[in-house]
Write a protein that binds this ligand. Structure first.
Ligand SMILES: *[C@@H]1O[C@H](CO)[C@@H](O)[C@H](O)[C@H]1NC(C)=O
Ligand SMILES: *[C@@H]1O[C@H](CO)[C@@H](O)[C@H](O)[C@H]1NC(C)=O
Ligand SMILES: *[C@@H]1O[C@H](CO)[C@@H](O)[C@H](O)[C@H]1NC(C)=O
Ligand SMILES: *[C@@H]1O[C@H](CO)[C@@H](O)[C@H](O)[C@H]1NC(C)=O
Ligand SMILES: *[C@@H]1O[C@H](CO)[C@@H](O)[C@H](O)[C@H]1NC(C)=O
Length: 265
């Protein structure tokens, strides 16, 4: 009788120990296998860029979306982030792009041109997804709204706000890389059309050069009506020009060490 109950309690003890052990294993695995923590990616990229002030920048960033509905984060929510980390750009090296990201980023990296993705904030958040939720101060990376799910989602509002700041900073000779393989290279729904181009001021921007990237699949050229629309949207006093440039020529220029940003065409 007594030995039976002792056996029972020993068995219980083993079960508890096994459950605890399994729990520990599960937690360790979850930590090892979980996607890299959003905040550490943010901080790492921030430090790689310049190292200063990253804690304050993180603070300003997450205040924009934590404890808010995922579809109720307006672009203005990031105003204090832009104040904490103003965009540094340089005149005559600024490059905008729409539907040409890969070749534009490639060129910018090799020729030291200034694209939004090469500013501090752009480089930290390029390719990332994030959101918060009501009643929590956490940053989530899963279950967040997609770009088109709602207009005021945290990621879309961020890119709209930071693009506005980038457009405001435009100065000197500006390059815009567009894609001749889509029917409407100046897409009226793009961030470039809805946000950036509207911020170009003739007091600062001297000239806008469209580089229309062509290849075997090109369906349009500089005469396309959408590009006339772009020209008409520019302040009077800003010079406009459009060049059709083969993708292969851009790639040659990328590997030509003698060429600098803007001297490819
Ligand atoms: C790139 O351009 C910036 C100015 O925008 C300049 O400060 C920097 O030294 C340049 N870097 C290289 C590698 O040329
Ligand atoms: C232009 O758009 C097409 C179709 O989306 C794409 O396949 C191509 O890579 C783009 N061209 C450039 C230079 O990005
Ligand atoms: C989140 O909330 C918890 C509990 O309210 C608090 O201890 C923690 O400091 C907060 N974290 C941030 C980043 O605000
Ligand atoms: C050029 O622009 C217009 C309007 O902006 C567009 O609807 C049209 O399909 C374009 N492309 C071609 C290949 O004509
Ligand atoms: C770059 O410039 C140097 C000297 O100015 C010249 O010798 C060289 O051939 C040039 N390289 C290319 C790829 O044009």
């Amino acid at each position: 009788m007594e030995s039976g109950s002792r056996k029972k309690s020993r068995r219980l003890c083993c079960i508890v120990a096994a459950v605890v052990l399994l729990l520990i294993i599960a937690i360790v695995l979850a930590v090892i296998l979980s996607p890299k923590d959003f905040k550490s990616t943010f901080m790492q990229r921030c430090k790689n860029f310049n190292g200063n002030n990253c804690a304050a920048i993180w603070d300003a960033f997450q205040k924009a979306y934590v404890n808010r509905d995922q579809c109720d984060v307006p672009p203005e929510a990031y105003d204090s982030l832009i104040e904490a980390a103003p965009l540094e750009t340089s005149c005559n090296r600024m490059m905008f792009w729409s539907k040409t990201k890969d070749v534009a980023q490639d060129l910018a990296a090799k020729k030291n041109c200034s694209t939004l993705e090469r500013t501090l904030l752009g480089s930290i958040l390029d390719g990332l997804t994030w959101c918060g939720k009501r009643g929590s101060n956490e940053t989530l990376t899963e279950g967040c709204p997609k770009w088109d799910d709602c207009v005021k989602n945290p990621v879309r509002s961020f890119w709209n706000r930071v693009s506005a700041a980038f457009g405001d900073a435009a100065c000197g000779d500006v390059t815009v890389m567009l894609n001749a393989s889509i029917p409407t290279p100046f897409d009226p729904k793009s961030i470039f059309a809805t946000v950036e181009v509207k911020r170009f001021k003739s007091s600062k921007v001297k000239k806008v050069t469209v580089v229309l990237v062509t290849d075997m699949n090109s369906v349009t050229n500089c005469k396309n009506k959408s590009l006339q629309d772009l020209q008409n949207m520019l302040d009077k006093g800003i010079i406009y020009s459009c060049l059709e440039v083969q993708k292969s020529r851009i790639q040659e220029c990328i590997s030509d060490q003698n060429k600098s940003c803007g001297s490819c065409w």
